[in-house]
Design a protein around this ligand. Sequence first.
Ligand SMILES: [Zn+2]
Ligand SMILES: [Zn+2]
Ligand SMILES: [Zn+2]
Length: 503
Amino acid sequence: MSMQIAQHVPFNPVQCPVCKNYVPNINRCRAFAVESSPRPLLAVLGEESADPCTRFAEIAQTQAAMPADAPPVEIESAPANVQPVEVQAEAVQTAENVPAVMVEAAPAETSQPDAPMMDSAEIATPAPVRGEARIHCQKCKAENPSSSVRCQKCDAKLLLAESAGARISTFFSGLIAAGFFGYLLYRFYIQNPGSAPDIPILEPFLNPVVLGLATVISFITAIVVPLRRTPEYVKYINRAKRHIQLNPWQSLADVETAMEIAPDKEQGNLLKQRAQLFEMVGFVEDAARDRLALATSQNAFKGEADAVKMFTGADSGTYAASRRSSQIKTILYSGKALAIGYCPKCNEVSVLDKDEHCPIHPKTKGREIEYVIPADVVAGKLAVMQKVEAGKPKVAAQLTELLVTGKASALGYCQHCRAVVELDSQRRCTLHPRARVKNVQYAVARDLAAARKRIFTLQHGRRSGLNQTIFIAVALIIAALLLLNAFDTEISGIFQRLINSGR
Ligand SMILES: [Zn+2]
Ligand SMILES: [Zn+2]
Ligand SMILES: [Zn+2]
């Protein structure tokens, strides 16, 4: 769910210039690279800081002296995990008279590193870094920081409920629709039963149940929607729409806030909106990730399938499933996405072939499959491992390996810290190795924030959904009673007169 952006780290004027991980010609750092495809995104160096870097690794003399065209092997392997111990060992080998401690301290007089590792061909394409999100005040047009609640210039609220105009138009369109359906219902089934026109394509709609339901729903919409307190997520969606041209970064931020708080049925639409925004600002990979999530979602063809059912009577569940699986197949064969799953024969999680079978056991279909863009293989593996880890020692070992090598992190709720903490490779709190840890979640660096949120959701559960369901049910019953009552008395009279005058 989160962004594929480079990390920002401070620039240490003493350490960075002599660090293996520093790439001077683009002023970036390999040590804090973010997993990505085709190459990791190198961290962006920001303001100068004298704080020692935890991942500092000095360039050894031998390396600096290497020929410029030497294959940069080390860079391809995970540079984030260069252990200071290794550096010390190297340093001791090459210059035995230098005490090992010195290497970690300030090796100021080492010569400037030269070319071998700075070949720009092997450096990740510029990291998509988000621009600054700013809220444009609707009243005075002033720009405000993304976190402000009120305009700094005119004090107007920056997150608005639906406008009166929008509410009034919803009210009237709902009322008109209810009147129209109610009229059809009355005309064809109460006044002249059996007079409904015999048009096959309209048959699914022109029956008393559908018409009655449409009337009731339109009526409820007309009453409930304009009167309701605008749900918080709708406010964010509206502000996102307003900022698409003004400031797409604000638009993105608002769509993402909406995704966090919107009910499940809205998630598909929000994902689509975010994909469009990503495409607009050129975040190709993030857009691809959202499009893939949409295409492989369980609800991908639900709307279409319901329409098919309405017209042909075909089972909508079967239809949606077959459309979805053929779409997934097309995507897998295009190579734009990979399937990752658990093979019960290997007892391991791996990247599957294009038909979702284990590459070693071509007859075994993978289980708990996740579809990912090629840049997200580790994240995909984590998602599968998370689901199957329990009781599968080989998968647990695979996971531990990812944790040890720093390709993934484990987070969990430590009962002693009373907080979500990063765990060690044995899934224990680093401060309280004996404390019980609940709701362990695994994530790659760019997903840590999302993993934290998942843990909080697991802790608290979701209660808001239930209240909303009760509210809608009550509104439905009241509206139905009102409607029945109205039909008995006045409305039938009004329609009668209308019909009479029309003749
Ligand atoms: Zn203002
Ligand atoms: Zn296998
Ligand atoms: Zn703890």
